[in-house]
Design a protein around this ligand. Sequence first.
Ligand code: ADP
Length: 405
Amino acid sequence: MIILVINCGSSSIKYQLLDMKSDDVYSLLAKGILERIGMPMSKLTHKPTGKDPLVLEMPVSDHKVGMKLVLDTLIDPVHGVIGSFADIDAVGHRIVQGAEYFSGSVIVDDDVIDKIRICCDYAPLHNPAHLLGIEAVSNVLPEITQVVTFDTAFHQTMEPAAYMYALPYEYYSKYRVRRYGAHGTSHLYVSHEGAAFAGIDINNSKIITCHIGNGSSVTAIKNGKSVDTSMGFTPLEGMIMGTRCGTMDPNVVTYLMKKEGLTPDQMTDIMNKKSGFLGMSEGVTSDCRDLVDRREAGDKRAKLILDKLVLDITKLVGGYIAEMNGVDLIVFTAGIAENNPWIRRDVCANFGYMGIEIDEEVNAKARRDNAIISTPASKVKVAMIPTDEELVIARDTMHLAEGRK
Ligand code: ADP
C-alpha cells in the first residue's frame, strides 16, 4: 500500500511517500519539503530514493498550489517515483492538537474536520495549516482516503491528577484548559520500539521516553500507556527548548508584561520563539550544535544553558521514576538526544545511586541505529532509539484505509 504522509506547517509542506507492505516491512520512495509557501520565492527540496535530489525555486502562492506541485513531482517522469496519482492508496496527516476529541488516528470526514477546527483555538499556529493541507489534498485527489494522527492522542490516557492544573475548576469546565501533552506519536513509537529492542514486555513495563530536539518533552509510560508528560496545555510547558522557555513561575509572565508594556501576543511570542537556547544566549543560537561548539571553546553562557538542559531532563526523569514507583527502561530520542552522547551520559550519571550504569564506549558510538547504551549490570536499561513519527502515521493510515475497503 502506497501511503503519502503529510506534515503541513503554516508556510511549509513536509512529505514522505512510503510503500507499506506491513507494519515492519516498508520502503521509503521519496521525501521532501516545500518551504516558504506564500512568500515571493518558495523552495522545493525533493529526495527520490535511488535518484538525484531535485531543488526547485519558484513562487507558490498557497497550500493548494503547493500540494499540486508536490504531487506532480511525485509522478514526474524524471524525478518522480510513481506512475500516476492512482498509485497512492491513502494520505496520512500529522495534526498537532486533537484535545479531548481524539485518542487515536481517524479517517477524515466532516465531523473530524469540525473538531480539528475547534482545536485551532489551542494550536493557532499549527491546526489551521493542517486543515489547509487536508483541503489541498482533497482538491487534487477528491476520492482518496485521508487519515489524521494527533500529537496529543497518545497522552489521552493521563489521569485527571496528571492533566489538571490547580486553577479554578471553571476554566476547565468552560474552556477545557488542561494539560494535553505533545510529541505523542514519537513517545509512542520509541517506547514500543525501545521495549521490543530491549526485550521488555510493553504491557508490563515502566518506561520513560526523553524526546530532546528543537522541541523537547519527557513522558512516563506505564504498561504502554502515557501516564504523565512534560508538555501541557501547549508545547510551551516543561523543559528548556530551542526557543521555548518551558516551565517557570507564572507570575513572571504578568510581571514582565507590566514592566515592558507587552501585549498577550507579544509575551506569547517571547516565551515560544525568543526564549530557551535562543533567549538565554541573547540571540546567538537556538541550535544545540552551536552551544556545544561554544562550550568547548570555553563560553560560560553556553555551558550554563547546556547545564540547565541536563538539569531539566534530570528533574523530569527523577519525578517520573517516583510517579511510577520505578522504571525498567529509559529511552533517548530526537535531534539532540540522538546525536549528543554526553547528554545521555550526564543525565544518567544523576541516577547512579539507583544503579543506572552507562557503557561509555557503546554510548559514544550510538548514532542513527537503535542501541542499548546501559551496561549488562545496570539496574535499568537505557536505550537510544531514533524516532520515526512518519512511520507511525503511515502504519495508522494503512490500517484505517484497509479497514475501509
Ligand atoms: P525538531 O523538534 O525540529 O524535529 P530535531 O529533533 O531535528 O528538531 O532536533 C534539532 C536539534 O538537534 C538541534 O538543536 C540540533 O542542534 C540538534 N542536532 C541535530 N543533529 C545534530 C548533530 N549531528 N549533532 C548535535 N546536535 C544535533
